[in-house]
Design a protein around this ligand. Structure first.
Ligand code: HEM
Length: 319
């Protein structure tokens, strides 16, 4: 008896050491089960409340996680404010005047800190908030892997180079995702995030005035709120049919040339990704399943784990 319990303790210690060494890069769905059992329900309630006050916020929170993961991995770097001695990512081209939701993240972080002090990272909050946002707007759910830690650094230059541009052609979009370990198919699936949310006139003006692979009535209706000069910040929905519902209409739009961004329509412009778009128009359940799996994959991009980074007390600044 004594032998078996001591040998089982030795085994446990060995397992712990093994997982500390070998598994340090592993995220786990149950990471906060013991250290902060209320973390997930706290985040969910706050996201539900924010999205019910403003539906677009669900889109904005989804995008924050994407912009976090594509720069240095999913490490909360996107949340860091600029200071006189620190340059964050918020003024990067794809982010400035565009990414939003920071106050909602601050509020979630405050509530999570109140239940478990310095336990839940800002990077994990972004990953869970993205999932809860999609669910709040009627989309699929998935199990978020947890245990990311927060960066003490940010990269303005990587935010400018690695977040894909709406003027990109298909081959450039494929490369941008491939650089992050995501396949062309993941790229087409994750672009379905554009079934919710809004874009500014400045990012689709060239498309609606100069491109030919756009439905002419759709282009005309967009022009009324996006003049050829001025109105740069005027908003239009990325999904003209159901802008606050997470569904497969993004793909239904593409096949009738109603993609809002140049980059959107690139997925259905006679190239290699046409077939996947067609599949998603016919099979919304497949899109839901694939989206859930691709979000898990995106959430796995180069996380900080173990003793790397830190758990920030305030998502806007390092400790
Ligand atoms: C494929 C490459 C992508 C490009 C070129 C791209 C580009 C853009 C642009 C230009 C906007 C409008 C920003 C503005 O005008 O302020 C936007 C909005 C948005 N993007 Fe993407 N995006 C891409 C992929 C993704 C992915 C992978 C997701 C999430 C899975 C995503 C989620 C969103 C959402 C939800 C919005 C609306 C945000 C809001 O209303 O606040 N995008 N994107």
């Amino acid at each position: 008896m004594a032998i078996s319990s001591s040998s089982s303790s030795v085994l446990k210690i060995m397992l712990l050491l093994f997982s500390a060494v070998v598994g340090s890069g592993q995220l786990s769905p149950t990471y906060y089960a013991r250290s902060c059992p209320k973390a997930l329900s706290t985040i969910r309630a706050a996201v539900q409340s924010a999205v019910s006050s403003e539906k677009r916020m669900g889109a904005s929170l989804l995008r924050l996680h994407f912009h976090d993961c594509f720069v240095q991995g999913c490490d909360g770097s996107v949340l860091l404010d600029d200071t006189s001695t620190f340059t964050g990512e918020k003024t990067a081209g794809p982010n400035q005047n565009s990414i939003r939701g920071f106050d909602v993240i601050d509020n979630i972080k405050k509530q999570v800190e109140a239940v478990c002090k310095q336990t839940v990272s800002c990077a994990d909050i972004l990953a869970v908030a993205a999932r809860d946002s999609v669910v709040a707007l009627g989309g699929p759910t998935w199990t978020v892997k947890l245990g990311r830690r927060d960066s003490t650094t940010a990269s303005l230059s990587q935010a400018n180079s690695d977040i894909p541009s709406p003027t990109s052609d298909l081959n450039v979009l494929i490369s941008a995702f491939s650089k992050k370990g995501l396949s062309t198919s993941d790229m087409v699936t994750l672009s379905g995030g554009h079934t919710i949310g809004q874009a500014r006139c400045t990012v689709f003006r060239t498309r609606i005035y100069n491109e030919t692979n756009i439905d002419s009535a759709y282009a005309a209706s967009l022009k009324s709120n996006c003049p050829s000069t001025g109105g740069d910040n005027n908003l239009s929905p990325l999904d003209v049919q159901t802008p606050v519902t997470f569904d497969n209409n993004y793909y239904n739009n593409l096949v009738i040339k109603k993609g809002l961004l140049h980059s959107d329509q690139q997925l259905y412009n006679g190239g290699s990704t046409n077939t996947q778009v067609n599949t998603y128009t016919r099979n919304p359940a497949k899109f839901s399943n694939d989206f859930a799996a691709a979000m898990v994959k995106m959430g796995d991009i180069s996380p900080l784990t173990g003793t790397q980074g830190q758990i920030r007390l305030n998502c806007r600044k390092t400790n």
